[in-house]
Structures are given as C-alpha cells and as structure tokens.
Design a protein around this ligand. Structure first.
Ligand code: ATP
Ligand code: MG
Ligand code: MG
Ligand code: MG
Length: 479
C-alpha cells in the first residue's frame, strides 16, 4: 500500500465511525504563544478538548502536517524521526472514551492494516488499570501490555493545556533492528530509545488541563486524542525499517540522486551517502511545508530554525556532491518532487511552489557565498586546536563561525562530531550573551542618537569613525 492510500484508508475508517474530517491546520500555529510550530494533530483542537469551544461535531479525524524541531538531531541517526511528518488523528470531544478508542485502534491495526499481531505490543500508563483491562479484554495477552511512567505515557503538547495518560501501540521489528542491536546492547522493549520496538500510534486520554503553576485540573469532560505517524505506519506496511525507505521518500531521494548526477541506485549508495540523502530529503520536506505556510528565513525564532535546517541540508549536499557549483541552488530542484508527491493532499504547496523555490534558492546561494571560506576557517581552527593537543573547538571559535560565516552552532557541532572533536557550547553561549549585550548597548546608543538632536552631528560622515566611542561615553554618562 502506498503512503497516499494509507492516509486515505485511515481517514475513511474513522469517517465510517462517524468522525468528521477536518483538514490539516497550518504548520505555523496561529494565536498560540506556547509553541513555534504545530507539533501534533491536537493543536487545532485544544479549545475543544478543554471545553472552551463547542463545534458541530464531537468526533473528528484528520492528517496533520507536524514539525518537531526537537527531533532534528535524530534525523539521519535513527529511522523513525523526521522533522516534518504527518500525524493521522482521531478525536472524541467529550463523546466516547477509552474503550472505543482502544477498540478502534486495534480493529484498524488488525482488520484494515493486517499488521502481524505476533509482533504487536502496547504500553499503558503505570496507574491506568482501566486501559490495561480493556486491552486484555479485546484479546491482547497480558505479557504484551507494558506499564510505563510519565516520560513515555503521559502526554502534553506544551507547558500548559489539555493532557493526560496515554496508551501506545508498537510493533517489534525484530531483534536485528535498531541501535541497541547495532551497538551489541540488550533492547529493553517498548519505550526503549531504539528503532526495534516501533511506536506507531499514541492514544491520549485527555483528562486534565495543566495550569500555569503546574497544577492539574480535572477536565469537565473526558476526551480522546490519538496520533499515528503516517511514515512509520507506511514503513511497517511496506516492510521497511526506516521512514526514509517508504515510497514517498524513495521518490524524493531519487530526485536528489538525479540532481547530483550520481549514477548508482539508492540501494547501491554507501551508508554515509544514504544518510546524506535521508537528511536532505527530510529537511527539504520540512522547508517546503513551513515556507508554504508562510514562514520565512530570518535570524530569530522560527525563521532561524528554518535557516539552520537549510544550512544543515546544504552541508549534506556538499558531502554528496562536493563539486556542486556555488552559484546554483541544489535544494530548489527537489521541491518539485515533494510537491508532486504531496501536493494533491496539501494543495497549499502547489499554490506556493514558486515562492518556496525562490526563498530556498536565495537562502542557499547566500549561505554558499560564505560556505567555502567558513569551512576553510573551521579547518584552520581545528588545526590550531590540534597543534595545542586539544580535541575541543573553543567557544570563541564556534562563535566566530556563527557570527562571520553563518555556521549555526549545531552545524559546527556536526562537523566536529565527524572528526571526534568536542565543541565548547557553554563558551559559545557566553560569547553570544556578550554580543547580545553589546548590540543592546548599541541599540540604546542609536536610539538616543536619533531622538536627541544635539547628537545628530554624529551622522555626518567625518565623525562617523568616532561614533561608537562617543556613544559609549554617552551611555556611561547617562547611567
Ligand atoms: P518517539 O517516542 O518515537 O519519539 P513520541 O512518543 O514522541 O515518539 P507522540 O508524541 O506520541 O510521539 O506522537 C504520536 C505519533 O506520531 C507517534 O506514535 C509516531 O508514530 C509519530 N511521530 C512522533 N514523532 C515523530 C517524528 N519525529 N517523525 C515521524 N513520526 C513521528
Ligand atoms: Mg518523540
Ligand atoms: Mg514515545
Ligand atoms: Mg508517543
């Protein structure tokens, strides 16, 4: 079954259970200050879950485009985390509760998807006897129901808002799958941070509303919020052990290869080249969707996240195809395939395709213009450290790479990891703080400079050189 069919099947299944289909919300949350990006399907239903808003339906289903920047470091290291992914969801707003939620998730898994139940496991919150008993009553054997603590089985979207205990569905992909196996470690089972037991669906029983001071208030009505990762589900159904090997990503990765001119098929690539392709494919999808929803590159907050993601992707491009011309955008070419594969369900990326491509091209070329000199600088810093018998890149050097060459610190960290170097991130933060203070002081100076007429003389070219010095004295005198 193809990714697009699985998405459709999920939605149709819940529609057959009287759920109303609601289109995906934007990846950029509107009117919610607690998050930078939409991280789960429930984002647009928060007020329905707290009871503040009543809609004409009490059951909903959808496929939500989600962005999880917190998973950025896992991309390329494991097979189950993407920065942008689709969450298939179903909701009850004060209608049905645990019994139906569990029953239907099981029915879909067993009868519609026909996943191999001999590999099926579930988890419940360690205090949730009710969920435990429901799973048992529908035929899941007791030794396949694992009780876990808050870390895995209590779900909240942000510091405040609706939350509650959850129950997760897993499939054991086999003892030879996952990072534990690769490292010769014993996997601890569902909840282990490796790919072997793949969590594909989370059923959250919305029971509480967390207030600013952290207290949990019982919600007036009990609701259900479920989220199932489309890429993970597709991987399971297509017999793949990684999200990046599903049909949709194969198409994107093929386009990446075609663009580089590398003649090998995806299967013939080296492990390192496969990782490069996975990261580029992931990042370009994330950028296509966020830019398509109106985000833009900038030096702060959300825009800076996009900038970091693009720069990480560019670095991977450079590894895959070191001679790619610096005056041509590579990533721009890949947007077409993302749009071809996903535009039917998300027409906004078709409508905004030209804008997305323009933004990516401009940003990539801008970074390319400093990339070579930045890498040369990086290598000279590394040589300097080595000559002092150090295997750490100093905070000052990380800062210079950030400030003068546009290398976000996580990019420098990746480069360092590859040659088994550490980075002094604390030192880097100190330099960043000092820079912030400097620019704050300057901003103050400029403000005074503009607002106060006697100092307007400093705008004349011949005194320009002394501006900062005078400003500094001025600041000082005014304190
Ligand atoms: P994990 O423990 O593997 O990081 P999670 O518990 O953080 O997953 P949930 O918050 O429960 O994930 O989200 C619901 C579902 O969304 C998951 O069961 C999974 O199928 C999917 N999912 C979560 N994060 C990602 C991601 N970064 N990439 C792809 N799918 C994801
Ligand atoms: Mg997670
Ligand atoms: Mg989890
Ligand atoms: Mg989960």
């Amino acid at each position: 079954m193809k990714t697009n069919e699985i998405r459709r099947k999920f939605i149709q299944f819940f529609e057959s259970k009287q759920h109303t289909y609601v289109p995906s919300a934007s990846t950029i949350p509107i009117g919610d200050q607690t998050i930078l990006f939409t991280i789960a399907g429930m984002a647009q239903f928060k007020s329905c879950l707290t009871g503040e808003e009543v809609r004409p339906y009490k059951r909903a289903t959808n496929a939500q485009k989600c962005i999880r920047v917190g998973d950025l470091d896992d991309v390329g290291k494991d097979g189950r985390h993407c920065t942008m992914f689709e969450m298939l969801g179903s909701w009850s707003f004060g209608d049905y509760y645990k019994k139906e939620a569990i029953q239907w998730a099981y029915e879909f898994t067993k009868s519609e998807l026909k996943l191999d139940l001999s590999r099926f496991w579930v988890t419940v919150h360690h205090t949730d006897d009710e969920a435990f008993d429901i799973w048992k009553s529908i035929g899941v054997s007791e030794n396949r129901i694992v009780r876990l603590g808050d870390k895995d089985n209590f779900w909240a979207m942000g510091p405040t808002g609706p939350c509650g205990p959850c129950s997760e569905l897993y499939l054991d992909q086999g003892e030879h799958v996952g990072q534990c196996y690769e490292k010769g470690l014993k996997c601890s089972g569902p909840g282990c941070d490796c790919d072997r037991y793949l969590e594909f669906w989370n059923l959250v029983f919305m029971q509480y509303n967390r207030k600013e001071d952290g207290t949990l208030l019982e919600l007036p009505m009990k609701s259900v919020d479920t989220g199932c990762g489309l890429e993970r589900l597709t991987a399971l159904l297509q017999g793949k052990h990684s999200n990046f090997d599903i049909d949709l990503f194969i198409k994107i990765k093929q386009k990446i290869l075609d663009t580089t001119g590398i003649k090998n098929t995806i299967n013939e690539l080296s492990t390192q080249q496969k990782v490069n392709c996975n990261v580029i494919a992931d990042h370009i999808r994330m950028l296509t969707f966020t830019l398509g929803d109106g985000a833009h590159f900038s030096n702060e907050g959300r825009g800076y996240v996009l900038r970091r993601v693009l720069r990480r992707a560019v670095l991977q491009v450079l590894k895959l195809t070191p001679h790619w011309p610096k005056n041509k955008s590579f990533l721009e070419n890949i947007v077409t395939t993302v749009v071809e594969e996903m535009g039917e369900f998300y027409p906004e990326i078709i409508q905004n395709k030209a804008r997305i491509e323009d933004a990516i091209r401009i940003e990539e070329l801008r970074f390319n213009s400093t990339l070579e000199s930045g890498l040369a600088k990086f290598h000279s810093f590394i040589e300097e450290a080595k000559s002092k018998n150090k295997k750490v890149l100093s905070g000052e050097h990380v800062f210079i790479l950030h400030d003068s060459f546009g290398f976000p610190s996580d990019l420098t960290q990746i480069l360092c990891e590859e040659i088994e170097f550490k980075t002094d991130i604390e030192g880097f933060k100190k330099h960043m703080q000092e820079q912030k203070e400097r620019s704050r002081a300057e901003a103050k100076f400029y403000k005074f400079d503009l607002d106060d007429s006697p100092w307007m003389e400093f705008h004349t070219p011949h005194v320009e050189k002394d501006k900062h010095f005078a400003g500094y004295n001025l600041e000082f005198k005014n304190q």
